[in-house]
Design a protein around this ligand. Sequence first.
Ligand SMILES: [Ca+2]
Ligand SMILES: [Ca+2]
Ligand SMILES: [Ca+2]
Length: 357
Amino acid sequence: MNRFVACCVAASVGHVASAQFVNPDFGGCYAIRNLGLVPGVPINYGGITFKHDDPDVLLIGGHANNTDAAIYAARVTRDADGFINGFDGDAVIFASAPQIDGGLTYGPNSVLFFATYNSNNIGQIKPSSTTPDKTTNMDGVVNPSLGTLQFVPPGFPGAGRLKIASYSTSEWADVSFAADGLGTFTLGNTPNSLILLTDEVGQTGPEGIVYVQPGNPGITKYSVLISEYGRGAVACYEVDSVGDPIFSTRRELVKGLSGAEGGTRDPRTGHFLFSTYGGNNSVVLITGFNKNCRANINGDCYTDDADFSLFAPMYNILDCADPGMPEGCAADLNDDGFVDDADFVIFVAAYDRLICV
Ligand SMILES: [Ca+2]
Ligand SMILES: [Ca+2]
Ligand SMILES: [Ca+2]
């Protein structure tokens, strides 16, 4: 056996998932850590999100898509840097969630929302409940079947809006919602906007939605990561003024996946996590994302003099509405329409940290 063959046979035995990699076009700042199976959670895996009142408890859909599917609570462990590195004991059942798919997230009043496959429903679970309090069929909004859902986080274009996406048809829709007086929400029955996440290659098959702000490496505009089962990838899209993805900006962040499923961010570090469904059921962590490092204006790995050389001329112009201001007014780090001393204070703090963690 020659050396090349010996090397690669050994590698393929030890690292079944080694085909997964982060696209180097994003600057080489990200690293992938496969956390493996979550003890106590029956496969296959569905959506993931962190418990609203405990940043060390990951909620994850188990036995996804089946009528006896449920959401499980798994306590994460962290290394000395605070990076998630595993799970502490067996997960416990948190709530039933029949047919849960890749969408699992908190909405207003800490109501837990989940998307179902192949019934095309959205379930809602109130904070003290262990079964769904409300189930709404979404057939008039997107064609069957969901898929996934997410609320646009604070600070992003379209903050607070509800987005849903059909796995089967790759339709993405913006949906209205209103309190129903029972602690849950009435959902709109027509889409406010509808976007098709397909191209000549075919369906993308959206399963997870995670918003990321500029200042993350390789990302200079407000963007959304979508776990795409149909492409074996996590793609990054810039978003428009209401938080919908702009399809023409699609770039693949993670490639070589099998069964890309739900996604979320670590509330402590800002790292990105997603689940996978099928032969390689696992939770995968992407380090390099941050909670907020808008001062990393050029989107490389550091906040340093290169960013200051972009910040300074915008500070001198001051008003984001000034025709001379570079498009996007990226140095307005607190989004108040001006680049002034308040932004400089934010910039200096980030500059002192250098690395955006
Ligand atoms: Ca799915
Ligand atoms: Ca930088
Ligand atoms: Ca400002």
